[in-house]
Write a protein that binds this ligand. Structure first.
Ligand SMILES: C[S@@+](CC[C@H](N)C(=O)[O-])C[C@H]1O[C@@H](n2cnc3c(N)ncnc32)[C@H](O)[C@@H]1O
Length: 371
């Protein structure tokens, strides 16, 4: 098949793909004249294949809603064994390329050319993937309206500067929530996105159950199950009261962050069963292992940067600090959100005492729990 742009054959996961052979920048993609392919998003697709392989509901039919080259849907068909993956993109060049890529991978599928929101007029799919350039918000109302009684939605957001606090006014306008530019900005951004999903589900008498959510490089990603029922106690505002410390606040408080999803970012029972596949990259496997380790920890985390600044002491090695907290009986783990972040259920006074005790120039006194 001939295309009006240069092409290159690549392999990603189990898929062999023909993609536009155009110069690529690192980071988020922007719309260009040719169908979009970003190899750095392979990690996103790796994690989708991993979680959909253990999805808690049958996946009779799936839609790669903003499919570009079809990379996501083709990988899901090949790696998860999903029998009915359909593809949609409004670009005719993209849907021609998707047909070629299906042929190369010996797959057959419905391929639709058109606007995603216009296409999602009735509940047809058990899972819809929404992976746009930038904000997913314009597509989500349609995706939630077209959700079956229990169906899944995968959402990628690359508008991280908005969700994670660099542009708070844009976040209020787009997601109706106040973000917070801070070490915890990515976790807050992810929770704002889930809170927004919760609102769309609640408008339809449904609730969202996050199955796997994470932040990576330049994007946020959630996989949610939309189910009948309500879960309003998972939404709230918080205010920052110290290093990595957030407490519940009223939405009327002008300094409050939110509304946010304050429930779990994933389903621990599902997450415990997730395994990297033969096609997952080392980076994806490492991310999965961090996500599994932190999935039952409370929201938010503290960084040794914040503690070092507050205590005016050099930080201990992260593993030593985490080990110290565990030795005195608390749960503590690294977090994928920040290279120097620690999720723990230790109270603030014991976090600070352990930090001081283990700081290379700190006190070596008793590091047992504060009474
Ligand atoms: C970031 S790319 C998708 C990348 C793809 N999911 C992947 O994994 O490689 C976004 C795609 O959405 C398509 N698109 C943008 N607006 C659309 C709309 N309103 N309806 C359908 N497709 C749209 C673009 O043509 C583009 O191919």
């Amino acid at each position: 098949m001939e295309f009006p742009f240069p092409t290159a054959a690549v392999s990603e996961g189990a898929a062999n793909l023909l993609v536009p052979d155009v110069p690529r920048r690192k980071g988020p993609g922007t719309a260009g004249p040719w169908p979009f392919y970003n190899p750095t998003m392979a990690m996103n697709r790796d994690l989708s294949a991993i979680v959909l392989a253990k999805w808690p509901h049958p996946l009779g039919s799936l839609l790669d809603g903003l499919a570009a080259t079809g990379a996501w849907g083709i990988r899901i068909a090949l790696e998860v064994g999903a029998k009915h993956v359909a593809f949609n993109d409004r670009s005719r060049d993209a849907t021609r390329l998707i047909r070629e890529n299906l042929r190369r991978n010996r797959l057959t599928a419905d391929v639709h050319t058109g606007d995603l929101s216009g296409y999602l007029v009735e509940p047809r799919y058990d899972f819809v993937d929404v992976d746009p350039f930038g904000p997913p918000a314009p597509f989500l109302r349609a995706a939630f309206s077209a959700a079956k009684a229990s169906s899944g939605i995968g959402i990628t957001a690359t508008d991280t500067a908005v969700l994670c606090g660099t542009y708070p006014k844009a976040c209020e306008k787009r997601y109706g929530a106040r973000p917070l530019r801070s070490a915890q900005g990515a976790e807050i951004g992810l929770r704002i996105l889930l809170g927004y999903c919760h609102g769309l589900a609640a408008e339809r008498g449904r609730r969202v159950r996050p199955i796997l959510s994470f932040s990576a490089e330049h994007f946020l990603r959630v996989h949610v199950l939309v189910e009948p029922g309500s879960a309003s106690d998972s939404i709230g505002h918080v205010v920052r009261v110290g290093a990595g410390r957030f407490i519940a606040a009223s939405g009327a408080d002008r300094g409050a962050t939110g509304p946010l999803w304050l429930g779990p970012l994933g389903d621990p029972a599902v997450m415990r069963r997730l395994q990297p596949s033969a096609w997952s990259s080392v980076v994806s496997a490492r991310l999965l292992s961090l996500l599994k380790a932190e999935c039952e920890m409370p929201p938010f985390f503290v960084t040794t940067d914040e503690l070092a600044a507050g205590e005016r002491l050099p930080p201990p090695k992260l593993d030593r600090f985490i080990g110290g907290l565990r030795e005195i009986g608390y749960r503590a783990t690294r977090t994928h959100f920040h290279p120097r972040g620690v999720k723990t259920d230790a109270p603030p006074q014991d976090i600070v005492r352990m930090f001081r005790a283990l700081s290379p120039t700190g006190s070596t006194g008793d590091s047992g729990p504060a009474s």
